[in-house]
Design a protein around this ligand. Structure first.
Ligand SMILES: Nc1ncnc2c1ncn2[C@@H]1O[C@H](COP(=O)(O)OP(=O)(O)OP(=O)(O)O)[C@@H](O)[C@H]1O
Ligand SMILES: [Mg+2]
Length: 253
């Protein structure tokens, strides 16, 4: 391997800059260089989640032969869009770094080095049959069904692979919320509001606040897990009502 490629293999940020001509934001650098196994990214809309997922996938597949990278999205449309980002970055590579592809579809590719990148839509049926994933990235994790998340996790068992959940919040429910609030310190957590994104101007945000109203604005741009609008009781009210000290009314013990 060329010395320049070796440096890129060791540093995904260098890879993004040199090979893809892409300059990551500070939080994207942090996510790209992160060395742990479990990462939660709670990010504003349009902050660059999917772009970061695509770079992570490509870096892994290119430099680590025989890697299986799974990209999971809530819907077919979103998994197609995410895979298109991977393909666009692939095209941006300089000619001498272009990998030979032995399979190239709308939602998956296999490189000659035996690495695969597969972009999966959010139904549990599509996920069965994969094993030994080196990297799993859930994009829009708050909208990915919990069943799918539970189906995906065992694929890391043997490979010791890494799991990244990246999302804008979507109510106080589902596995993304649960891992963010109760997942413990096996997870690293990074939060990026729209104010932290250099491409989103304060003027635009003010306009959005007016147009969307507080509820949507807090969720989409400020990374807040707000109550689902039709919820009768708030999450905190329900949690406060759950007490071990209260004996059930109708069950004799
Ligand atoms: N570091 C960067 N420098 C320049 N442009 C960037 C950077 N990161 C992301 N972008 C651009 O910002 C836009 C949004 O990026 P992306 O789709 O990755 O964000 P997202 O968080 O997935 O958005 P959404 O919440 O809508 O899914 C895209 O046009 C992308 O090319
Ligand atoms: Mg996205």
């Amino acid at each position: 391997m060329l010395a320049a490629n070796l440096a890129q293999a060791l540093d995904p940020v260098l890879f993004a800059k040199e090979a893809l001509g892409f300059t990551p934001d500070p939080w994207q650098e942090q996510a790209l260089r992160w060395g742990g196994k479990r990462l939660l990214l709670n990010c504003s809309r349009q902050s660059g989640k999917s772009t970061t997922a695509a770079i992570l996938a490509l870096h892994k597949a290119l430099f680590y032969p025989a890697s299986l990278v799974l990209l999971v999205s809530p819907s077919l449309r979103q998994s197609s869009e995410l895979f298109r980002k991977v393909q666009d970055f692939l095209k941006a590579l300089p000619a001498e770094q272009q990998p030979e592809l032995v399979e190239d579809n709308k939602l998956s590719l296999t490189m000659k080095n035996k690495s695969r990148i597969v972009s999966l839509p959010g139904s549990e049926g599509t996920i069965r049959g994969f094993s030994g994933a080196s990297l799993i990235v859930e994009d829009e994790a708050a909208r990915v069904p919990d069943e799918l998340y539970f189906a995906v996790r065992p694929m890391l068992a043997v490979s010791g692979g890494r799991l990244i959940l990246m999302s804008t919040p979507f109510g106080k429910r589902g596995h993304f919320f649960k891992e963010w609030t109760e997942g413990g310190d096996t997870w690293e957590r990074i939060m990026i509001t729209a104010h932290d994104c250099p491409r989103i101007s304060p003027e635009f945000l003010e306009e959005e606040r007016q147009a969307l109203g507080e509820w949507w604005f807090k969720q989409e741009y400020l990374c807040e897990f707000v109550e689902t609008e039709d919820q009768v009781f708030t999450y905190d009210q329900v949690m406060m009502a759950l007490s071990d000290e209260v004996r059930p009314l109708f069950f004799e013990q």
